[in-house]
Ligand binder design. Structure first.
Ligand SMILES: NC(=O)c1ccc[n+]([C@@H]2O[C@H](COP(=O)([O-])OP(=O)(O)OC[C@H]3O[C@@H](n4cnc5c(N)ncnc54)[C@H](O)[C@@H]3O)[C@@H](O)[C@H]2O)c1
Length: 367
């Protein structure tokens, strides 16, 4: 193995623990430092990991030991942190969405191109065995020509469990920009890019009440749509129907189904790395579970960092993330305009992931 990839985390909030766990299991990745607007939060995050430093944000971004800045801040800060890291000559891997607006995301990608650095972006869940096995089934012709898909995410909203849920109800948030990246990335991975969208959206309440933590009971404003539906017309002609909602109590609908002329697939939750892929072929009565055939096994958030070790564009990459953000923004624009909207961007389907386990237990880079 060559030199490990050196990483610095900016943003030590709720999701950081999952990245720390993954990096701890990836011998090819080493965490050097963490930073946060709140220095005490950075110190508390670094404390269990001897050798990992708590730095100021500017200090971390300037640190010559760090190759990739892992940007785990809130969506409104994604572009600012990414641009600062790029200006310092670092690669950036950003939590989703790539930026709060496609305009900001475009600035990030252009700056990276000019600086000769690379941009990766969550979700890397679609590199797991769930979406990858479904994609392999489609590519192997098991459902014939894909014609349609459904993608459904319906919950009452994250304010019930997240102690600081403000960003979920501000620009860059809402069910579409928060959870849509998982679903749209999975759909694009399986069915290719989207050319046109038709949307409709609603907003049930002007305020939400925080349900946990020190701010429990506090009301926060809602400035985004909280129920977004629509149709994505893929360049291939396949039609995906999307429902993303923070206004529903529960659903029994599968997260994703893909339908082809010869068969239908149930695809597992794209917010997770794995899960059963079910196939029903035309003429068969019951679905059967497909053997796992592609993707990273035992993966966790952060596994997408591995691609920075090669010269490739990360598969959880900026071009895909930009297209996904463009699709989501176009869907909202369509909903507000009451007509279909063409999606300006496009992307290649990211390269497939061979069935493999990227981690070697106990050899992590943070412990
Ligand atoms: N919480 C989850 O379950 C979850 C799951 C998947 C993805 N995400 C994504 O991860 C990102 C972070 O979410 P979270 O839940 O951890 O949020 P959070 O509010 O818990 O944490 C964000 C952290 O970033 C810090 N921060 C904000 N702006 C900053 C700046 N300019 N410079 C330095 N630090 C800054 C905050 O102080 C905070 O500690 C979001 O993009 C979110 O969509 C969250």
């Amino acid at each position: 193995m060559g030199q490990p990839l050196t990483v610095g985390i900016v943003g030590c909030g709720a999701i950081a623990a999952q990245y720390l766990r993954t990096i701890g299991r990836l011998p090819q990745v080493r965490l050097v430092a963490v930073a946060d607007l709140d220095p005490e939060r950075a110190r508390a995050t670094a404390r269990p990991y001897p050798g990992v430093e708590a730095l100021g944000v500017a200090e971390l971004i300037a640190d010559p030991r760090i190759q990739v800045v892992l940007n785990l801040t809130v969506p409104a800060a994604h572009a600012e942190i990414a641009l600062r890291a790029i200006a310092a000559g670092k690669d950036v891997y950003c939590e989703k969405p790539l930026a709060a607006t496609s305009q900001d995301a475009r600035r990030v990608l252009e700056a990276a191109r000019e600086a000769g650095v690379r941009v990766g972006c969550a979700p890397d869940t679609v590199l797991g065995t769930g979406t990858q096995t479904a994609r392999a089934a489609i590519d192997d012709g098991l459902i014939g020509r894909p014609v349609a898909a459904t993608a459904t995410m319906m919950t009452p909203g994250h304010e019930r469990w997240h102690p600081n849920p403000d960003f979920y109800y501000a620009p860059g948030g809402g069910p579409l920009l928060d959870m849509g990246p998982y679903y749209v990335s999975s759909l694009v991975t399986m069915l290719g890019p989207v050319s046109t969208v038709i949307g409709a959206a609603g907003r049930t309440r002007a305020k939400r009440t925080i349900g946990s933590g020190p701010r429990q009971g506090e009301e926060i404003p809602v400035t985004v749509d909280t129920h977004v539906t629509g149709v994505l017309v893929h360049e291939s002609g396949a039609l995906s129907t999307l429902v993303m909602s923070f206004d529903a109590v529960a659903t029994q609908a599968p997260n994703i189904e893909v339908h082809g002329e010869q068969g239908s697939l149930v695809v597992p939750d794209p917010n997770h790395f794995d899960g059963p892929v079910l196939l029903t072929r035309l003429g068969e009565d019951a679905a059967r579970e497909l053997p796992v055939s592609a993707g990273y096994t035992e993966a966790g958030r952060g596994v997408g960092l591995i691609d920075f070790l090669s010269d490739r564009e990360p598969r959880a990459g900026g071009t895909l993330a930009f297209h996904v953000l463009d699709v989501m923004e176009s869907l909202l624009a369509s909903a507000h305009a009451g007509r279909s909207v063409d999606v300006e961007s496009t992307c290649e389907r990211p390269a497939t992931v061979t069935l493999s386990n990227p981690a070697t237990r106990g050899q992590g880079g943070v412990a």
